[in-house]
Design a protein around this ligand. Structure first.
Ligand code: SF4
Length: 429
């Protein structure tokens, strides 16, 4: 297709999703079919939390299932509210994580996989790397469903942790990963094949790498892709790290986005305002983000979706491909100590400042996510530092990633409109 044809096609509608992204449904469909196949064949399955080493499950021929991903499906199909309310009738508090409660409701009701239901697994694997809710959640469900649970405790690195402590933490996590493999062997009979583990690790690295490359393209003005490609596009990164099909999909996304960059075409015609969005989106109303288009505003960076390019979102140390292939378990333990959501305030402020410069961001929308402490802890301090120390405009909005009861659309829209006005005035002066 020529540049002018591509330009015409893009401008017919606002904020054009990449054609390649449309294949995302097929890739995720394959993931769910693989789960069904595992049950049919009697192969082991496991629930895993995000931030846990899903690659080790693939390496040991265990089919992963990610309840958070399932919860987002329920939200997208507008049934999360009912499931959450069902969990609340069972005594789970209004303030608890809405993913957790969606999962409680989904399992209680026994809804099908494609609506966000999730079957009883052989075992569960959880880690507190992102939040303690993950641990409480899987312990609760492990007990209710009578399923063994393996927990990985990950210390948080803060700015005064020295090298000696860091090495100690790493060893501590590494020991637990070896323990996990013993646990898997005990419950499935499957043994670790290090050669297969290396292949899985290499695929996971490549997946991160292409996602990083896609993100790099967003630095261009105009940005070739919008959240229509990244919010949903993120799922293979945490459900299928280690498999080949999502790498192909991301490469297609990259090529198409690069074509737009080369032709000077943006995902949004007339891009005026470039925004960052911190936090998990509202899965029950993803279309809401299109409202930014009427202001010629586009989101060009989300720490949440970039965090899953885990080999490249680590400010502490580089995890090279060579290092990963030499000793996948050692590299994995380093990765687990460097997940975006465990950074302390000082590191986050620096990272936001650098991101603002690199991606040429005019202002940040920070999602004060009512049910998620890791997402919201320090959010007011973060805003204060970015605004006062670096003159970076920020807006905090209150909502929830899976519970539509906590999203006041009119209020949020009014605040965004005022924020855009502030950005406009800054540009004019
Ligand atoms: S939404 Fe927040 S609290 Fe809930 S599981 Fe995810 S990180 Fe944890």
């Amino acid at each position: 297709m020529s540049n002018s044809q591509e330009r015409e096609k893009t401008q017919r509608k606002k904020s054009k999703m990449l054609d390649a992204t449309k294949s995302l449904k097929n890739i995720m469909g394959r993931h769910y079919l693989a789960i069904e196949q595992a049950y049919r064949d009697g192969n082991p399955t496991a629930w895993a939390t995000s931030g846990s080493p899903v690659e080790l499950l693939y390496a040991m021929k265990v089919q992963p299932m990610l309840p958070e991903n399932s919860a987002t499906m329920s939200a997208a199909q507008h049934i999360s509210k009912d499931l959450i309310e069902l969990a609340e009738t069972q005594g789970f508090s209004y303030d608890l994580c809405s993913y957790f409660k969606t999962n409680i409701g989904a399992v209680s009701k026994g809804i099908n996989t494609f609506k966000g239901g999730i079957r009883k697994p052989t075992f569960m694997m959880a880690t507190d790397v992102i939040c303690d809710t993950h641990v409480d959640w899987f312990q609760t469900q492990g007990e209710r469903m009578n399923v063994p649970v393996y927990l990985i405790d990950v210390p948080h690195i803060v700015s005064n942790v020295n090298q000696r402590q860091y090495q100690y933490y790493k060893k501590y996590v590494e020991e637990q990963l070896w323990g996990l493999m013993d646990f898997i062997q005990e419950h499935t009979g499957n043994e670790l094949d290090m050669e297969h583990a290396r292949k899985v690790a290499e695929n996971s690295y490549k997946l991160s790498e292409v996602w990083r490359d896609i993100y790099e393209l967003r630095k261009n003005i105009p940005s070739p892709i919008s959240t229509k490609d990244t919010f949903g596009g993120l799922f293979p990164l945490f459900t299928m790290p280690g498999l080949k099909p999502p790498i192909k999909l991301y490469k297609r996304m990259y090529r198409e986005a690069k074509g737009r960059v080369d032709a000077g075409i943006g995902a949004l015609p007339n891009e005026e305002f470039r925004l960052g969005f911190e936090g998990i989106p509202f899965w029950y109303n993803l279309k809401y983000f299109a409202m930014l288009e009427k202001f010629n505003a586009i989101i060009v960076y989300e720490p949440y979706t970039f965090a899953f390019a885990k080999f490249f979102s680590n400010p502490f140390e580089e995890i090279s491909k060579e290092r990963l292939l030499k000793d996948p378990i050692e590299a994995m333990s380093s990765l687990m100590l460097s997940f975006w959501y465990i950074f302390d305030l000082e590191t986050r402020v620096k990272w936001f400042k650098k991101t603002t410069e690199d991606w040429k961001i005019d202002g940040w929308i920070l999602h004060n996510n009512v049910s998620c402490r890791p997402n919201t802890a320090t959010i007011y301090d973060l805003k204060r530092h970015l605004q006062d120390d670096y003159d970076i405009p920020c807006l905090i909005i209150d909502a929830d990633q899976n519970d539509p009861r906590k999203f006041n659309e009119i209020q949020v829209s009014n605040r965004i409109e005022s924020f855009i006005e502030i950005l406009r005035k800054r540009k004019e002066t």
